[in-house]
Every structure is written in structure tokens, then in C-alpha cells.
Design a protein around this ligand. Structure first.
Ligand SMILES: Cc1cc2nc3c(=O)[nH]c(=O)nc-3n(C[C@H](O)[C@H](O)[C@H](O)COP(=O)(O)O)c2cc1C
Length: 188
């Protein structure tokens, strides 16, 4: 039997009842049989300081190792002031350094966003996609998982109740897994 594709997922919100964390849990629930989704919590990653690149904090060392061990990455982002929240950008900055050891290099990546607003974090997603270019990641373009009016799409337990969004997540995961398999087979 072939090994399942190992996806590392993280969300750019530290809030306990975060819609984006809940969206990531929905992906965990909907993951197909030929893949595994492990969730990494960004809580505890300190503010980036280039002086610390040679002696990285423990949590950053762990984050970099988990990214490198993963076959693919799933990022879930809120939108703060029309862009990527500092928590997520900060974590990406740490993991991308030093330039000779960019943990994201060549990884397939998919993105999802949720916001309480009518654009569902789309602007943050597009900023994040721009960052993927510099990180030299291979991102999935479609489908776009953009959860608008998130306060109406989850129940009180944080379960995603919107069928259309659940279906799009399944499609996105399928696309990410298939893309990862293609890249893996091309590199052997
Ligand atoms: C500092 C801050 C800035 C925000 N800016 C935006 C924004 O630009 N666009 C938007 O749609 N929602 C914005 N929001 C609302 C977020 O979409 C909402 O708080 C959402 O629940 C955050 O994601 P979370 O539930 O995963 O924590 C902002 C919220 C905060 C706290």
C-alpha cells in the first residue's frame, strides 16, 4: 500500500473560537483516505528577530522540522486590515530563514480563508499567494475556499455547517493531494 500524503496545516488566528481554526478542523474531518492532516498551533512563536536566526527558539525549530517533514502545506488565514495577520506572516518569516534553509521551498500549498465580512478574507488570500511566489511554493489555484459571513457558517461547537463550503474543502484537498502526488512522481 502507498504511504498517505502527509499535509501540515496551520491557521493564522490564536483565538480559541477562531473560525479559521474551525475551518482547519473541518479539513481534518474531510481529509480523504489517501492523506493525513496534522495541525500545528502557531501559538508561542515569538516575534521574528534576525539576531536569533542562528539560535532559533524551540518552537521555531519544531515548526521548521514539521514543515520539512510534510509532503504538502495547508494554510488557513483570517484577514486583518485587508491583509495577512501578523501571527501567520511572522511564522512564515521565521520558517523561511535563512534563505539557504527556506523550509517551504518547493512544497505544494493550498490556502483557505474565513472572515465575518462579505469578502471572506479574499484579500488576505491573494497577499498570501503573492508570498508563496517568493517562498517558491507550488500553490493550488482552484477551487478557492473563501468563507464569507463566517459567523453564520459554523455552529456553537465550531462545526462548519455550510454544505457548499464543505464540498469546496473536499475539492481543494483532492486537488492538493493529486498535485502533491504528481510533483512527487516527477521528482523521482
Ligand atoms: C485586527 C483585525 C482586523 C480585521 N480586519 C478585517 C479585514 O480587513 N477584512 C475582514 O473581512 N475582516 C476583518 N476583521 C474581522 C475578522 O474577519 C474576524 O474577526 C474573524 O473572526 C477573524 O478570524 P478568526 O475568527 O479566525 O479569529 C478584522 C479583525 C481584526 C481583529
Amino acid at each position: 500500500m502507498t504511504k498517505p500524503i502527509n499535509i501540515l496545516g496551520f491557521a493564522g488566528s490564536l483565538r480559541k473560537r477562531s473560525y479559521n481554526r474551525a475551518l482547519l478542523r473541518a479539513a481534518e474531518e474531510l481529509i480523504p483516505d489517501d492523506a493525513r492532516l496534522e495541525i500545528f498551533d502557531l501559538d508561542g512563536i515569538p516575534g521574528y528577530n534576525q539576531d536569533l536566526d542562528p539560535v532559533k527558539p524551540e518552537k521555531v525549530i519544531e515548526f521548521k522540522a514539521r514543515i520539512k517533514a510534510a509532503d504538502a502545506i495547508l494554510m488557513v488565514t483570517p484577514e486583518y486590515n485587508y491583509s495577512i495577520p501578523g501571527v501567520l506572516k511572522n511564522a512564515i518569516d521565521w520558517a523561511s530563514r535563512p534563505p539557504t534553509d527556506n523550509s517551504f521551498l518547493g512544497k505544494p500549498v493550498a490556502v483557505m480563508s474565513a472572515s465575518t465580512g462579505m469578502l471572506g478574507g479574499a484579500r488576505a488570500q491573494y497577499h498570501l499567494r503573492q508570498v508563496f511566489v517568493f517562498l517558491d511554493m507550488h500553490s493550488i489555484n482552484k477551487p478557492e475556499v473563501i468563507v464569507t459571513f463566517a459567523n453564520q457558517k459554523f455552529d456553537e461547537n465550531g462545526t462548519l455547517t455550510d454544505e457548499k463550503a464543505r464540498d469546496l474543502i473536499k475539492q481543494l484537498l483532492r486537488a492538493l493531494i493529486d498535485w502533491t502526488k504528481k510533483l512527487k512522481s516527477a521528482s523521482v
